[in-house]
Write a protein that binds this ligand. Structure first.
Ligand code: HT7
Ligand code: ZN
Length: 888
């Protein structure tokens, strides 16, 4: 397979001005006619025009209306080359034949439960017709769709509907025109039996926009929350960024077979049904939250991605990092900011950091790739995007403040609307709009690996100064053995002995005393710019020895090693005015505790839980002044993956045993408080999607999970009652999960009951698959193997694969079973799946990529599976890239 390098980027030799597509959709084959107006970049040049095309059947080519003779072009399974095109502008017309009903890769044009739909990002358009399939080819499109009227009554594409009508033979057609230039990855077509929920949004300039969410008729009642989310996103983008929707129609279509979460095609977003359909009975609070975030995300792409797009796929973070940042801010503004930040940082730590420390480590802007799809990393229940890229955007905002950031955004749109640009262009807009020096900030795009920042502090009581010494190191990553120091924004405050923020007035740095006061008034939090390998900041007028609260709100994506004692951390947990750092202090304490107990476990020492830790969590649990969802997060222990990531040799058995021990011990010592928490947070009122209600459910359900870990009669009865009396999916599923922790008859009965209740709802059945797949009950691999043959399972549906196989691959105990049964199972499935859907298979093979982190026995078992995969016949580029880089 061919590796593609950023340094090899060249401007295209030809631009496309207009593209007129015409589809004749059929059951056995589809005809695609594409008429393109082409102009050379350099007047008079007639270099060969190379078009991408993947396994397409070429029927004819015309230039300026005349058929092209065989000698004037070459075609193979990947390209069509027009050897000597006319000099000057010309029209190119190509007719191809494709077979959407056979397309199981779900890239290009395919069928999902009888309907036609498309997925073109990153390089799926080349599965539809021959084209320069690269994002810097921006053109205006029309799309004519012709199909059987009974089978496909709804025909949709991007832009405005120009014309529709009847045709002979029971057929009909629709003609769509998109007035905006776009790259081909934003092209979309949908045809099928769908109905719509309709609404309107009046923009701030007073235009009416028609909103339509399309699903099969039986699902329409479950689209209210998606519509609410869309309208909220449209309003938010106007309020926060001054960005208004630019067409009169916005369509969303939900499809059950989709590789990722959703796709931001211009005015025709296509979504995985999982991220559209919700009712209180069938969707959990987490689903409701995800729908809000992803509907927002795809909508926000209209400006950050569509109006201003990427020059090439190396710049993916230009649109994904920025749009993820925007959706994070949107969800924060509509819910709880600290809780959202906690969720986002946890995700970064559990998924992104382990990847950045492994063989697949790459900078925010990679230097090379084999298959671009593999760089859509960072999992958000099906949405793949750049979470580290979002952190980079967040740092601009931390450095510039809200107003400065907005100025930068305004300049970015002013300069680049309608263009395909680079990460440097975004950087330059932020810099120029604010006239600031960003030093070596661009390194965040090019240097891989998570920086480790060490902080040593000291107080001088006589001089009333407080010194913070920073040192930073970026670990080596594949291809980048030596690293430069990064530009790290450090948001911080200092707590006095009663837990209040101390006033900050000035800081001595680089031989100069700088004021940090604002309009002559002291501040209580400030942002330092750490840019060197070692650097000291000395704060003056610090009247007592403070406890520093560092990296407030997680102001940079780094690993912090600060000289804070456990007492300092307990103090921050109890008092920090920055709620994120309160949570962080608790997590640090828990991490240290877990690592100590893991060492004890490995040395066969008895496990003993530090009473101060129990006390610290108890005071959070019973503090009625705190947000309930914050309490739920604060009493949740760090994930097993996060702890393994901090060990020299990851030991899944020890980490699992220790985490289970702490949970059980906490449950036993805080039993009365946990029981009260469950009782006091029940509600008989109808389900509502709002923060207070979701927070109440989150707290009740975590308390229930803790209690169920006790495995006693009373807790078992409590969980069963909660299951039976639940009136919404959040509570019902949480009770089911609590019960399913413990093997036995009740577990089997309740799992069977749940399936019987929900067997007709494929999204709920996926929850049922996932719960069983990730169970840590011994020997679970056999259960998962059996579930492959369950009538509701289908290897061709990505959601089912993610639930069952992905769920299993994420379970530390059974996937890493010492006898290798988990690895063998996944290895076999990857090879099978690769023949059906390479994108999904490569997501599954990623579970092996950190095999070197484990003990020798596990290493050799996992390696054997990777070797088997790499040598499999007809392996896709997707899986090859991940498996071979993992072995390298
Ligand atoms: N921009 C979209 C990414 C996406 C995608 C990428 C590769 C292959 C298939 C895909 N489906 C969707 C979605 C997003 O950023 O939300
Ligand atoms: Zn995106």
């Amino acid at each position: 397979p061919k590796e593609i390098f950023l340094k090899d980027y060249k401007l295209p030799d030809y631009y496309f001005e207009t593209v007129d597509l015409s589809f004749a959709l059929g059951e056995e084959k589809t005809l695609v006619n594409s008429k393109i107006t082409v102009s050379p970049r350099v007047e008079g040049s007639s270099s060969p025009l190379v078009l991408d095309g993947h396994d397409l059947k070429l029927l004819s080519i015309k230039i300026n209306g005349n058929g092209l003779k065989d000698a004037h072009y070459q075609v193979d399974s990947r390209h069509l080359t027009i050897l000597s095109p006319p000099s000057g502008a010309f029209t190119l017309e190509i007719l191809t034949e494709i077979y959407p009903h056979k397309n199981t890769s779900l890239e290009g044009l395919y069928k999902s439960t009888g309907n036609f739909c498309t997925q073109c990002e990153a390089e799926g358009f080349r599965n539809i017709t021959f084209f320069q399939d690269r994002p810097d080819i921006m053109a205006k499109y029309t799309c004519r769709i012709e199909a059987d009227k009974l089978l496909y009554p709804v025909l949709l594409s991007n832009g405005n509907l120009l014309e529709q009508g009847e045709l002979e033979g029971g057929k009909h057609f629709a003609l769509w025109e998109d007035p905006f230039k776009k790259p081909c990855y934003l092209f979309a077509l949908v045809a099928g039996q769908l109905e719509s929920r309709d609404d309107t949004f009046v923009t701030r300039s007073g235009r009416n926009v028609q909103l339509r969410i399309w699903t099969p008729a039986e699902d329409l009642s479950k689209t209210a929350h998606a519509m609410y989310s869309l309208k909220a996103a449209m309003k938010w983008d106007e309020d926060v960024f001054g960005l208004e929707y630019d067409l009169d129609l916005f369509n969303i279509v939900a499809v059950p077979d989709f590789n990722m979460g959703a796709m931001e095609n211009k005015s025709l977003n296509i979504f995985n049904s999982k991220l559209v359909l919700a009712s209180p009975e069938t969707a959990s609070d987490a689903d409701y939250d995800a729908i809000l975030g992803v509907i927002g995300h795809e909508y926000f792409h209209n400006w950050t991605g569509n109006r201003v797009t990427c020059r090439d796929w190396f710049q993916l973070s230009l649109k994904e990092g920025l749009t993820v940042f925007r959706d994070q801010e949107f969800s924060s503004d509509l819910g709880s900011r600290p809780v959202k930040r906690i969720d986002d940082v946890s995700r970064l730590r559990n998924y992104q950091f382990p990847q950045d420390a492994g063989p697949m480590a790459h900078p925010v802007r990679p230097h090379s790739y084999i298959k671009m799809d593999n760089f859509y990393t960072g999992v958000r229940e099906g949405l793949f995007s750049s979470f580290l890229g979002a952190e980079v955007v967040r740092m601009y905002k931390t450095l510039l403040g809200s107003e400065g950031f907005r100025k930068g955004m305004d300049l970015y749109f002013k300069r680049h609307d309608g263009q395909a640009v680079t990460c440097e262009d975004f950087f330059a807009a932020m810099r120029d709009a604010n006239g600031v020096d960003f030093a070596n900030f661009l390194l965040w795009y090019s240097q891989a690996g998570t920086p480790i920042v060490k902080v040593a502090s000291s107080y001088n009581a006589e001089a009333k100064t407080f010194s913070l010494k920073f040192s930073q190191e970026v670990p080596p990553t594949p291809g980048q053995p030596i690293k430069e120091p990064m530009f790290i924004p450090v948001a911080l405050g200092m707590l006095n002995s009663s837990g209040k923020d101390l006033p900050l007035t000035s800081v001595f740095h680089d031989g100069m005393l700088q004021s940090i006061a604002s309009n002559g008034e002291p501040v209580y939090s400030t942002v330092l710019r750490v840019t060197k390998k070692e650097e000291e900041f000395i704060f003056s007028d610090i009247t007592e020895k403070p406890v520093p609260s560092l990296f407030r709100g997680y102001s940079a994506p780094i690993r912090l090693e600060a000289d804070l004692s456990d007492d300092d951390l307990f103090f921050l947990l109890a008092h920090d005015s920055d709620e994120f750092n309160r949570w962080e202090a608790g997590q640090l304490l828990a991490r240290n505790l877990m690592l100590t107990l893991v060492a004890d476990f490995q040395q066969n020492k008895p496990l003993v839980l530090n009473p101060k830790f129990v006390q610290g969590l108890k005071s959070i649990l019973i503090d009625s002044s705190l947000d309930k969802e914050f309490i739920a997060k604060a009493i949740t222990l760090p994930g097993e993956g996060e702890i393994m990531d901090m060990m020299k040799v990851a030991d899944p058995d020890a980490v699992h045993a220790v985490r289970s021990f702490i949970r059980k011990q906490l449950a036993s010592e805080l039993r009365a408080e946990l029981l009260n928490t469950v009782k006091n947070n029940r509600s008989s009122e109808a389900y509502e999607f709002n923060h207070p209600n979701m927070a109440r459910r989150a707290l009740k359900n975590i308390a229930l999970a803790y209690l169920a870990s006790l495995q006693d009669e009373e807790s078992a009865t409590l969980a069963l009652n909660e299951y039976k009396s639940a009136t919404n999916m959040t509570d019902q599923f949480a009770a089911l999960a609590a019960i399913a922790q413990n093997p036995g008859k009740t577990r089997e009965e309740v799992l069977a009951d749940f399936y019987n209740k929900w067997q007709d709802n494929f999204l709920v059945v996926n929850k049922w698959f996932a719960l069983q797949a990730r169970a840590d009950i011994p020997g679970n691999v056999e259960n998962v193997r059996n579930l492959l043959n369950h009538p509701a399972f289908d290897l061709r549906n990505p959601n089912k694969v993610y639930a069952l196989i992905g769920g299993f691959a994420g379970s530390p105990v059974n996937f890493h079973a010492k006898d290798g049964s988990g690895y063998k199972f996944l290895g076999e499935i990857v090879v099978q799946l690769d023949k059906i859907n390479p994108q999904v298979a490569s997501r599954m093979v990623s579970a092996f990529s950190r095999w070197r982190r484990y003990d020798e026995t596990r290493q050799s078992l996992a390696k054997a599976q990777l070797e088997m995969i790499v040598s499999a016949n007809g392996l896709s580029e997707n899986v090859f890239e991940i498996a071979s880089k993992s072995l390298a």
